[in-house]
Design a protein around this ligand. Structure first.
Ligand code: PLP
Length: 486
């Protein structure tokens, strides 16, 4: 299987494991397979009676990962051991025709675990030189950080360096990250927003001088743990197939019947996993992209104009989708129209003019599949209130954004709809108590687990460390950390 960068770079010699190690392509673009494997309806039918792990194996096997079947089976077995649900990502009915796909049963209680519990095993398999070290450098708006730490911290020769906007993540997200004490993990707040953090990490990977120095002095290569990395995105295709197989098994749909998915989106990696599943043959008719008040994706999908020149990031109670630059849009554009020069131009113009506009045919192509809308903080809170009052369940704020947008975009002849439930509500207790106007101790609700997270939120505030939004300061912090890893 050959990989290609959205901006044109391709080297047929490079395998899946090379692409995982590289993270970002050398031309600054994002890797995609040149062609996607196909899965037939007969094969989808067969997924029904399998476990999540077996379903994932059958899918990933089609991607020619340059791993033996035994290796891949072992990786998948080891990746999904710390989940609180035997089904890994069960579906639960929400109301007529709507199901929550519960992606939060992993060790850090967000959907990021679905990818990041597996990605580190790809890294481990990719290491050919026993002396070579890797440092995962990742920007997080909340959930990626802890999920990357939990995924990577036990892998030999790996260290993890996380930066986050110091006022842009929830208290509990901060505590989850800062309370990790492993010597190969460093977590640093930045006095800036998520876009600064994400740009800065991208710049580290493509900084020839710095990367060369780090390799020479510390035998260390940088690697990406977020959804810029194909090895992180790939496992995220699996749960959409799995959800479809569950609907089949429960006889909610017939084989071949189309479904819709609705996903609270930030970097667009989760919903792109669903779109790739469709490209491979999963019958999905519509992709509903849900945003909060940071509604850049709504605007882009509805107008074809991506314009951040007049926008400031708004702090909301769904911080993991507080975003202006959504990196996987680049992959979507390439999948719909594989003209890498044009794509390089668009993202160059985003850099310099903070804006780009796609052509009318590509806009139409996007709108054939994608519907986008957003919800306000008040609407998100009302959604939490409504589902607690009517159904006695608590939705996390990100899931509530998706549920709210799903209701807004409902049509009379809507198909069965899967809503990605991307975090456990226990990760966002203050926001939920604000929405309900009551303390969780005083109310009842039926979906209770992950109580260890509730305990963590009661901990005293722990020491947090931060630096200003300066690239040179960041480089010096990274180097200081790598000195401790020798
Ligand atoms: C990361 C995250 C999202 C957004 O996912 P993308 O792949 O970045 O679009 C949504 N909800 C939660 C809880 C998340 O952690």
């Amino acid at each position: 299987m050959t990989f290609i960068s959205t901006r044109g770079y391709s080297n047929p010699q490079e395998t899946f494991l090379d692409v995982v190690q590289m993270g970002l392509a050398p031309d600054g673009g994002l890797f995609l397979p040149k062609e996607f494997p196909h899965i037939t309806l007969e094969e989808i039918q067969l997924l029904q009676n399998l476990s999540y792990q077996e379903r994932l194996f059958l899918l990933l096997q089609k991607f020619e990962l340059s791993l033996s079947d035994e290796q891949l089976i072992e990786m998948i077995e080891n990746a999904y051991t710390e989940f609180t649900s035997e089904k890994i990502c069960p579906l639960s009915p929400l109301d007529e025709k709507r199901y929550l796909l519960e992606l939060f049963h992993g060790p850090t209680a967000s959907f990021k675990d679905m990818g990041l519990q597996l990605t580190p095993h790809f890294f481990a398999a990719s290491a050919t030189d026993p002396k070579q070290k890797f440092c995962i450098v990742t920007a997080t708006s909340g959930d990626t950080g802890i999920a990357a730490i939990e995924g990577f911290k036990r892998i030999k020769n790996m260290s993890v360096f996380i930066i986050y906007p110091k006022d842009g993540v929830s208290d509990l997200q901060k505590k989850q990250m800062q309370s990790v004490t492993d010597a190969n993990v460093k977590v640093l707040g930045i006095d800036g927003d998520f876009d600064f953090c994400q740009n800065a990490t991208k710049r580290v990977f493509t900084d020839p001088e710095f990367t060369q120095k780090i390799q020479e002095h510390y035998t260390t290569k940088f690697a990406a743990g977020n959804s810029m990395n194909w090895g992180r995105l790939l496992p995220q295709i699996g749960y959409y197939f799995s959800a479809y197989a569950d609907l089949l098994q429960e006889k909610k749909i017939a084989i071949g019947e189309e479904i819709e998915v609705c996903v609270p989106s930030g970097n667009f990696g989760n919903i792109l996993g669903a779109f790739i599943a469709k490209t491979m043959g999963l019958p999905i008719s519509k992709f509903i992209c849900a945003s909060n008040e940071n509604n850049i994706l709504t605007e882009f999908i509805n107008t074809g104009v991506y314009d951040i020149s007049t926008k400031n990031l708004i702090k909301t109670d769904s911080p993991s989708i507080d975003i202006l630059k959504s990196s996987n849009i680049e992959r979507l554009l390439y999948m719909l129209s594989p003209h890498s020069e044009e794509i390089a131009d668009l993202f160059q113009s985003l850099q310099t003019e903070k804006r780009f506009e796609i052509s009318a045919p590509i806009k139409e192509e996007i709108q054939k599949y994608f519907i986008a809308d957003f919800c306000t903080e008040k609407e998100m809170q009302e959604t939490i209130q409504y589902y607690h009052a009517q159904h006695n369940i608590l939705l996390d704020p990100h899931t509530a954004v998706a549920v709210c947008v799903s209701r807004k975009t409902d049509t009379k002849n809507a198909q069965q709809r899967i809503i990605a439930s991307t975090a456990h509500f226990n990760k966002f207790i203050p926001a939920i108590e604000k929405a309900l106007g009551a303390s969780l101790d005083t109310i009842s609700y039926s979906n209770d687990d992950h109580s260890h997270l509730a305990l963590l939120s009661e901990k005293e505030n722990i020491q947090t460390e931060s630096i200003s939004a300066s690239y040179t300061e960041l480089l010096s912090e990274i180097e200081k950390f790598l000195v401790t890893q020798q």
